[in-house]
Design a protein around this ligand. Structure first.
Ligand code: FAD
Ligand code: NAP
Length: 348
């Protein structure tokens, strides 16, 4: 579906971003097949105007009207193969992530249940290596197929080649702005092992817990803790949990004995950014139409008519307060867009 920019007002992006920022773009196209996606993206890349692709719009913040074309990926299709040990799924980029989690459970292929109710598309999952409740996408990824914008070839990366890390992958570094993910390969072991190491899942019994138990618990926790974007615009956690070295952690722990941190395998410590924001007294803090969510401090919300600038100003204030109180620099998780391209919060 294409909107003719000469014929009507600029298409609104409000319903295509979960922050519900009321902004527009020069042109909007929804693509529903991989062939259409590849063809549309190739043409857009050759055009002089900027373009960007969106899945569910659940990890973006628009600060201005976008002066180029926005391509919404709604490609569908799940193919299943198996051998004695694994199920292998090939999933089109535009499939909804939570629907995939459901599909796998309903077809007796557990392994994704900890990541239930993460909004957005399957194609966006590898980009920031989505994760929740002790499980990250990299644990179930088999391969990622993408259109290389420079060569116009479809390439495939193995899980190791994706350079997955905490909320990070090659698609945010070397391949940033160079790759459009078209299809994702997922590999689920037939010998399912529950992941219940995460705080709120620890009271399950390893011997008896089912994937459905974990799915139900995760859905219940998320529904109660997180603001529903259909009611209160948001992009989930606005900040990544900062990773600091053990020395800084010791200094902070002496000053703030209740500080929440988790030791990583490399000796560094992952701090709970939500704890820092809450203990800087910022829960419920409001700037313009933007607010630090009253129940979950890691989430910035649109109270109704916030602009992208309101959200950015609030985020900058939070960053400054946390730096002042804890000497820790918070980094935004959502991708922030200006009129022509992605921008950094510090450039705003
Ligand atoms: P979009 O927001 O549409 O796009 C994100 C970025 O990826 C953009 O830069 C876009 O240009 C690019 N992009 C999208 N699709 C493609 C593609 N096919 N190829 C190339 N580039 C592409 N994240 C977590 O990790 N864990 C959570 O638990 C979690 N919980 C959330 C809860 C809520 C309420 C919300 C609103 C968000 C949450 N998120 C979470 C963030 C978000 O859901 C994920 O980052 C998700 O993967 C984004 O998918 P999307 O399709 O909406 O991406
Ligand atoms: P929480 O349970 O209140 O915990 C706070 C933080 O502590 C989390 O961010 C989590 O880090 C970390 N944590 C808790 N238990 C841990 C453990 N056993 N080992 C290592 N780290 C641990 O968090 P929450 O805000 O309600 O979120 C629950 C889960 O959903 C988290 O995994 C979170 O990442 C995910 N989530 C993500 C988004 C997003 O937009 N990215 C939004 C909502 C929820 P991790 O974040 O690294 O897991």
């Amino acid at each position: 579906m294409t909107f003719d920019p000469l014929n009507q007002v600029s298409p609104s992006l409000k319903k295509f971003n979960t922050f519900a920022i009321d902004c527009s773009c020069a042109e909007l196209q929804i693509v529903s097949t991989t062939i259409e996606l590849v063809d549309t993206v190739k043409k857009a890349f050759k055009s002089t105007k900027p373009f960007l692709v969106l899945g569910g719009g659940s990890n973006v913040l628009f600060t201005q009207n976008f002066a180029g074309k926005v391509i919404i990926i709604e490609t569908k299709g799940i193919e299943l193969q198996q051998d004695d040990n694994f199920y292998y799924l090939s999933v089109a980029a535009g499939e909804n992530w939570h629907a995939l989690v459901n599909y796998c459970l309903e077809n007796n292929m557990p392994g994704l249940e900890n990541m239930a109710l993460i909004p957005g598309t399957v194609g966006a999952a590898p980009i920031q290596n989505i994760g929740a409740y002790g499980l990250e996408f990299c644990r179930v990824c088999n391969w990622v197929k993408y259109l290389d914008l420079e060569t116009e070839e479809i390439e495939t990366l193995s899980v190791n080649e994706c350079l997955f890390d905490y909320r990070d992958s090659i698609f945010k570094s070397e391949l940033k702005n160079k790759a459009i993910i078209t299809e994702v390969g997922i590999k689920l072991s037939k010998k399912w092992q529950p992941v219940i190491s995460y705080g709120s899942l620890q009271n399950f019994d390893l011997a008896t817990v089912s994937a459905k138990d974990i799915f139900d618990r995760v859905c219940d926790l998320r529904t109660h803790k997180l603001p529903n974007p259909n009611i209160l615009g948001n992009a989930g956690s606005f900040f990544k949990n900062p990773i600091i070295d053990a020395n800084l952690y010791m200094t902070l722990a002496q000053k703030f004995p209740n500080i929440v941190g988790y030791a990583l395998a490399d000796g560094n410590i992952k701090l709970a950014a939500g704890w820092l924001i809450e203990h800087a007294g910022l829960k419920g803090f409001t700037l313009g139409g933007a607010c630090v969510h009253k129940e979950q401090a890691l989430v910035l919300v649109n109270l109704g008519d916030a602009s992208g600038s309101d959200i950015c100003h609030l985020a900058q204030y939070v960053i400054q307060q946390i730096k002042q109180k804890f000497s820790v620099i918070l980094e935004p998780e959502p991708r922030i867009f200006g009129q022509l391209a992605e921008i950094n919060i510090s450039d705003f």
